[in-house]
Ligand binder design. Structure first.
Ligand code: GYE
Length: 343
């Protein structure tokens, strides 16, 4: 009987060993198979092609432009877009050459900020014939054929001009100005969209104020150095005749402020100064009481540009005109706002 039960016990334990062995899964060797699988997937899946964007910048004429270039370079890197960047050195022919080289290199998309409005049709037709979409950023072109670009992202410069004049209208009495106001206008680059439109918007509002007069209007090419030079010459001819300086950008106003101080006058008091852009340098001048108001124009177009480039290449519909949101900053708000400024 004892023998019998021992035999049964042996049989049962053998059965247990076999059934356990049968149930046990083979070692998965996960660390071996998984990389093998993903390598295989990489080999078969089509490699994701980087979008190549050719960008022809106007130049490096202002604080605004520096911030704009930085925004485009940083956002391209963030978006995983390969950026071919050319500095146009404030020359239209350099920008045209850059666009032609982007076409020759077969980039996926071209974007540029046209120095002036006219003279782009031929090169844009070449891009169109090559099947490369073009996105305008910051400045517009003057063309009859709107099919030459997919969209234009940038500010409403006419509105900026209106805002500058409206601010002056609302604050003239408080600033000690009379009904008759002599305005000196420092224009941006001749023929550029912001120079044309900022003048148009300002003059439109001026119609409400018959006593306002633009006594002199000259270009300072959006640079500090030329703004200073032009102001120096006006101070020689019209020192006691200048009530207001309207500068199409902050850099020219900052250059003019230097000239005004060197001539022994107090900027912001003896001459009321309004400019456009709202860069940090303008906020510092407002805090120092030397600049009275800056109308905002945002250079931070990079993120939007990259998204639109992706959308266009993905065949998604995009708006023909994308307007940036902006505000107006009088000197009283400058100290509070400066820490929030990104450019
Ligand atoms: O206002 C000026 C720059 O095109 C909006 O160009 C831009 C203008 C900007 O040089 O500072």
């Amino acid at each position: 009987m004892k023998k019998m039960s021992r035999a049964i016990a042996l049989f049962v334990s053998l059965l247990l060993v076999f059934s356990l062995a049968a149930c046990a899964k083979p070692q998965p060797a996960a660390t071996q198979t998984e990389p093998t699988q993903s390598t295989a997937a990489e080999n078969t899946a089509p490699a994701e092609k980087k979008i190549v964007l050719g960008f022809a910048q106007v130049g490096a004429e202002s604080e605004w432009r520096t911030a704009n270039t930085k925004s485009i370079q940083e956002e391209a890197a963030k978006a995983g877009i390969e950026l071919k960047f050319v500095d146009g050195q404030q020359k239209q022919e350099v920008q045209i050459k850059a666009i032609r080289s982007f076409i020759a290199q077969k980039v996926d998309v071209i974007a540029f900020s046209p120095k002036v409005e006219t003279g782009w049709d031929t090169v844009l037709q070449e891009a169109k014939a090559a099947g490369i979409p073009v996105i305008l950023t910051d400045r517009a072109v003057d063309t009859k054929d709107e099919s030459l670009y997919v969209t234009f992202i940038g500010s409403d410069f006419v509105e900026e001009g209106r805002r500058a004049a409206n601010w002056l209208g609302e604050n003239a009495a408080r600033l000690g100005l009379k009904e008759n106001i002599n305005i000196f206008e420092l224009q941006g680059t001749v023929g550029s969209a912001p120079a044309i439109d900022r003048k148009t918007g300002f003059e439109e509002v001026m119609k409400k104020y018959p006593g306002w007069k633009i006594v002199k209007s000259q270009t300072g090419n959006f640079t500090r150095a030329e703004g200073k030079q032009v102001m120096e010459s006006w101070l020689k001819s019209d020192k006691d005749n200048i009530d207001v300086l309207y500068a199409h950008n902050d850099d020219m106003a900052l250059g003019a402020i230097q000239a005004i101080e060197e001539a022994g006058l107090v900027p912001g008091k003896d001459i009321i100064i309004i400019s456009i852009d709202a860069v940090k340098g303008a906020f510092e001048a407002m805090i120092a009481g030397k600049l009275n108001c800056s109308v905002e124009c945002s250079p931070l177009l990079g993120a939007q540009l990259m998204q639109i480039a992706k959308d266009v290449l993905a065949g998604k519909p995009v708006e023909k005109r994308i307007v940036t949101n902006e505000g107006v900053f009088p000197a009283e708000t400058a100290a509070k706002e400066l820490p929030n400024r990104q450019y």
